[in-house]
Design a protein around this ligand. Structure first.
Ligand SMILES: Nc1ncnc2c1ncn2[C@@H]1O[C@H](COP(=O)(O)OP(=O)(O)OP(=O)(O)O)[C@@H](O)[C@H]1O
Length: 315
């Protein structure tokens, strides 16, 4: 069975306007997204995430490469590939004169969904918009608009749902509601979910696989668990019982002193044991009042990969 998304050698160069040079936003990306996954696409601002999503959505025309959606090549079977994917965009772009119900019906019409198979009322119910079914879009709050955009992405019951920064600037209640819906769509309806987010904690919690894009290139792809495990970086924070005169030393130990007097010792758990770290502390004549260790989180992985550029794409 094909993957939900199979991207090969994808390039996008935007033509420069005026004197501006052309911008190579995607520099040859290979990316496979398995069916049924919740897949996080992460990267710093300007990395090329929206460009990639907009190519999937058919809103931006690629310069080079191939894109298969649910096994359908975008160039060979544009209708089938478009029918397989629904995209909730970042911008709250809704026609102000449509009611939510009309917006869903028009969208269903655009996708050629027969009347008997339309589910506008069901979607409005699911999104908590049933009582706003006949209100003008311009009277809806930002949160309601976002929910309606999710509804629009779902009118044709696509296999794949793409969410571009779904929770940027939304309150906790709406965020919870969006994630509950996304989880249900994934677990009960088997939809493949692809999302971009700036909230790395959210990606850590929601996604089973993650790809990191930086400057138009994929620099890593792995399961979330492996991604976290690949950084075996740990930090031990030692609160000494007295002023420290001699700093602990040892191969593989990176020692710094915090403003509050605590020592932060960074080490790699694959090559250095906690016992060795503590041994170095004792050898420096330090009496320990308190100690704790800190694990790497997705933010550390992300910073290490995007700042140093040392890592190379996997998977
Ligand atoms: N229509 C366009 N014309 C010219 N350059 C563009 C256009 N759209 C995007 N770019 C440039 O391409 C690069 C990638 O932009 P893109 O919006 O895909 O990044 P992003 O990862 O989605 O960033 P963000 O998280 O800020 O949305 C950026 O340098 C951006 O300025």
């Amino acid at each position: 069975m094909s993957d939900a998304i199979e991207i090969k050698g994808l390039k996008k160069t935007y033509a420069g306007s005026g004197k501006a040079a052309p911008k190579e936003a995607l520099k040859g990306i290979d990316l496979s997204i398995p069916r049924g996954s919740v897949f996080g696409l992460l990267g710093p601002n300007g990395a090329g995430k929206s460009t990639l999503i907009n190519i999937l959505a058919g809103l931006v025309v690629k310069t080079e490469g191939s894109v298969k959606i649910w096994g359908w090549d975008q160039d060979v079977n544009p209708r089938q590939s478009r029918a397989s994917i629904g995209v909730m965009p970042q911008e709250l772009n809704l026609d102000p004169f449509f009611t939510p119900r009309a917006a869903l019906e028009v969208q269903a019409g655009l996708y050629g969904v027969p009347r008997a198979q339309r589910r506008s009322d069901e979607l409005l119910e699911m999104l908590g918009l049933a009582d706003k079914a006949h209100a003008y879009a311009r009277t809806l709050s930002g949160g309601m608009r976002r929910r309606l955009l999710l509804g629009k992405a779902l009118v044709h019951n696509p296999h794949i749902l793409v969410l571009d920064e779904p929770t940027a600037g939304v309150d906790i209640g709406l965020r919870q509601m969006l994630w509950d819906n996304v989880r249900r769509l994934n677990q009960e309806e088997g939809k493949t979910i692809i999302l971009t987010t700036h909230y790395l904690e959210e990606a850590e919690e929601m996604c089973d696989q993650i790809a990191i894009i930086n400057q138009g290139e994929k620099i890593a792809q792995d399961t979330t668990a492996n991604m976290l495990g690949r950084l075996d970086a740990k930090a031990m924070v030692i609160v000494p019982d007295h002023d420290v005169t001699t700093m602990p030393q040892g191969e593989g130990l990176d020692v710094s002193r915090r403003d509050d007097g605590a020592l932060v010792i960074r080490y790699r758990s694959n090559t250095t044991t906690a016992d060795r770290v503590l041994g170095a502390v004792r050898e420096a004549g330090i009496t320990i009042r308190d100690v704790k260790t800190e694990e790497a989180d997705l933010e550390d992985v992300f910073l290490e990969l995007t700042n140093t550029g040392r890592a190379h794409a996997r998977g």
